[in-house]
Design a protein around this ligand. Structure first.
Ligand code: 13P
Length: 304
């Protein structure tokens, strides 16, 4: 760790009254300097309750947008302006409006990995840790449209027995993890418990012992007695698992599961973000007010 750089970050953080939030997929050195690390739900909650004036969001754009929506009046900075989420960009507000016109009576649930415009067109937002519970809480007689991740959608279908209107979006990083990866990891480590993220493909999830969000993986590993875990998600989580739960060994299901956008954030860029107050992420008020309703409804249905 570059201590000079870290000192500078800490001084500026105080001066700016800033907090650093980092997703579990961030590089280890970013996780280590963060005030709070977590999954999408944990980070949303943290962003909504922080007293800091500035939120440096070490993650991807939709996460920073969510923080801006939940904390109006605060300055939200994304250290790399190009840190996007291809999955979130797989459905536009226009496309969702079109889908809604085909299923006008359906309740629209959007995964948090979506743009603020898409959230604004949705009734409820959800994350990978609460999608199943959220859908379970909706009236059984109502049809549900679920966007944009088809794999999380199928997981919800399986867990709830409901038939959803799905959008064919997917996460480029999770779909590189193959069935063969899991089979060969299981062969090498027959005693290991397999944890997979719901964004993985169905054949991968079928081989998993547990299907969990990144935050849930951390909690599960803490209470499970297994000595080894095969982890099918973005490899940044391995750092978080090693740091939080020393009792076991964590094996990445695929070393190729690296999100190039998450890895755009570096320590230098965090420092520059604080020095130059860039890159500000804001959401137009009309969009923000509607998107916030979908996010607030998620929290209302599933109190923390
Ligand atoms: P988690 O909410 O499980 O951390 O997932 C976030 C994400 O973006 C997965 O691609």
């Amino acid at each position: 760790m570059n201590t000079k750089l870290l000192d500078k970050v800490n001084v500026l953080k105080k001066q700016r009254n800033a907090v650093i939030l980092a997703h579990n997929y961030q590089a280890g050195e970013i996780q280590d300097i963060a005030d709070f690390t977590g999954d999408s739900l944990g980070l949303s909650v943290e962003a909504s309750k922080t007293d800091a004036e500035v939120i440096v969001f070490c993650g991807v754009r939709f996460m920073a947008e969510t923080a801006a929506v939940l904390s109006p009046g605060k300055t939200v900075l994304l250290p790399d302006k190009d840190a996007g989420c291809p999955l979130a960009d797989m459905i536009t507000a226009e496309q969702l409006r079109e889908l809604k016109s085909k299923h006008p009576d359906a309740i629209v649930v959007c995964y948090v990995n979506s743009t603020a415009e898409v959230k604004a067109e949705s009734d409820y937002c959800c994350t990978s840790s609460n999608a199943v519970e959220l859908v379970k809480s909706l009236p059984e007689e109502r049809r549900i449209t679920f966007v944009p991740d088809q794999h999380l959608g199928r997981h919800v279908e399986e867990q709830t027995g409901r038939d959803l209107v799905l959008w064919p979006g997917y996460c480029l990083t999770h779909v590189v993890i193959t069935e063969d990866d899991i089979r060969s990891a299981k062969q090498n480590y027959p005693d290991a418990v397999v944890m997979a993220h719901p964004e993985c493909t169905e054949p991968v999830k079928a081989l998993a012992d547990e299907i969990l969000s990144t935050g849930q993986m951390l909690k599960f590993a803490a209470r499970d007695t297994a000595r080894r875990f095969i982890v099918a998600t973005e490899i940044g989580i391995i750092h978080a698992l090693n740091k939080a739960n020393h009792h076991a060994e964590y094996i990445a299901a695929s070393e190729r599961a690296v999100c190039p956008n998450m890895k755009l954030v570096t320590l230098e860029k965090v420092l520059w973000a604080l020095e130059e107050m860039k890159y500000t992420v804001s959401v137009p008020e009309a969009v923000s007010v509607k998107a916030k309703k979908a996010l607030d409804r998620m929290v209302e249905v599933l109190p923390q």
